[in-house]
Design a protein around this ligand. Structure first.
Ligand code: 5GP
Length: 177
């Protein structure tokens, strides 16, 4: 595909306003719970996590986890593979999984099951984007930025075959471009 700027689906200012709202809501919900561990799902969530975490007003620490399911394709292979586990100890701690986008729900389902085995005090989920029309497995997403259609989106951390990850807005591409 070319690196021509894809059409805007969600603008930079819309993203900023929604991230601020999410941060306010999460800060309020965890106000009295103590330290929160944010687990960003690499690579796609790195920009969302950076912006969200800096606006929280509660004590928080950052971890990363990496999984792979699409393998440079826009069609899910269905199988989720753990590429990198969390480094810190999350036992007895409140965990918030921070995802870029939930499509079929398989990645989030896998992550919740995997992280539960580490014995956290609680696990909640936050996704900047959700494709409700693509759900294959039902998972609770406690905090959602925007619901979108089935289109392939890029920017703000999301890529198409590693292209357009650093675009400041969410754009849509046709995988054949
Ligand atoms: P799921 O397991 O829910 O089907 O897929 C979740 C993962 O698929 C996301 O973390 C993301 O890596 C990838 N994904 C799904 N839809 C899109 C999309 O439209 N754009 C990009 N860049 N990644 C997507």
């Amino acid at each position: 595909m070319s690196d021509a700027a894809p059409p805007v689906l969600i603008s930079e200012s819309e993203i900023a306003a929604r991230v601020e709202e999410l941060a306010r809501q999460i800060s309020a919900d965890y106000q009295d719970k103590g330290d929160l561990v944010l687990i960003g799902v690499l690579k796609g969530a790195f920009i969302f996590l950076a912006d969200l975490s800096r606006q929280l007003t509660i004590p928080r620490t950052i971890e990363f986890i990496a999984v792979s399911s699409y393998e440079n394709s826009s069609v899910s292979s269905g199988a989720v593979r753990l590429v990198m586990d969390v480094r810190g100890n999350i036992e007895g701690r409140h965990v918030l999984i921070v995802e870029d986008i939930v499509d079929t729900g398989r990645t989030l389902e896998y992550l919740i099951g995997m992280l539960e085995s580490h014995g956290p005090a609680s696990i909640r989920t936050c996704a900047l984007l959700h494709k409700p029309g693509s759900t294959e497995v039902e998972v609770d997403i406690n905090y959602v930025g925007f619901g979108i259609g089935g289109e392939w989106v890029v920017g703000y951390g999301l890529d198409y075959a590693e292209h357009n990850r650093t675009l400041p807005y969410i754009g849509k591409v046709k995988p054949s471009d």
